[in-house]
Ligand binder design. Structure first.
Ligand code: IPE
Ligand code: IPE
Ligand code: MG
Length: 230
């Protein structure tokens, strides 16, 4: 069953470059694609859709690009509120948002609260200042500081760790798609994707389509998932 789909939205900059436009043009187009794919997934019965929007490593980019991405996010959170409510989508962020501006944090929390109250359909999980290693680090801090870990260290279970992650209560990733041609995970949902079916496409994110995703979903259902068994 396809309960949780994760998407690494990569290739915005190259898409723009191919069109002799600045990289930010690709990010703007990418945000439009994000809405289109999200609405499709909500209709197709997927319960959880995780999207990699900004990694803990993306701060290394030029200041102007980072600023543009942050502004784009702010606009997106306001503009797309109607999309979430209309399509019955619950919004949730993962990653360390404490590094974002107060204003952005407030917009994120407000959209989370409002959609949680009014919607009960698909959950869209936006990874913002997210890195799987940082998420695990924060989970271990939580476990050690919060006394969540059992008194006997060896009693610590995989379940305890799963619950301390940003994705606690969200099932593991079934299918992981990366656009943009790179064959790597770039620090996205490493723990949660332990048994995910992986899909890579050369298509750059702004050119990605519902049709291509549908074709991948057909293939997903044809794959045999053994989880180590026979
Ligand atoms: C993905 O597109 C979006 C973010 C990482 C924010 P890129 O900006 O990485 O685009 P390419 O990979 O350079 O083409
Ligand atoms: C991964 O893309 C992060 C996001 C899509 C948000 P990157 O473009 O940052 O990844 P690398 O640097 O090619 O691994
Ligand atoms: Mg990239």
């Amino acid at each position: 069953m396809l309960r949780h789909l994760a998407l690494i939205m990569d290739g915005n900059g190259r898409w723009a470059k191919q069109r002799l436009k600045p990289r930010i043009f690709g990010h703007k187009e990418g945000a439009k694609k994000l809405r289109e794919i999200t609405e499709f997934c909500a209709k197709s019965g997927i319960q959880y859709l995780s999207l990699y929007a900004f990694s803990t490593e993306n701060w290394k980019r030029p200041k102007a690009e980072v600023e543009y991405l942050m502004n784009l996010l702010g606009e997106y959170l306001i503009r797309e509120k109607t999309t979430y409510l209309r399509s019955n989508i619950i919004f949730k962020s993962i990653g360390d948002i404490s590094a974002l501006s107060e204003e952005l944090q407030q917009k994120i929390q407000s959209l989370e609260a409002q959609t949680q109250e009014q919607c009960n359909g698909m959950t869209q999980i936006l990874a913002l200042n997210y890195g799987a290693k940082d998420e695990l680090r924060r989970a271990f801090v939580r476990l050690m500081e919060g006394g969540i870990a059992p008194n006997e260290p060896n009693q610590l279970s995989e379940q305890d760790i799963s619950c301390a992650l940003d994705t606690s209560k969200i099932p593991e990733v079934d299918m992981l798609v990366r656009t943009g041609g790179e064959m790597r995970l770039s620090n996205f949902l490493l723990w949660q994707s332990a048994y995910a079916e992986l899909f890579f496409t050369q298509t750059l994110w702004p050119s990605f389509s519902v049709e291509e995703l549908e074709a991948m979903m057909v293939e997903f259902h044809q794959r045999e998932r053994r989880f180590g068994g026979l």
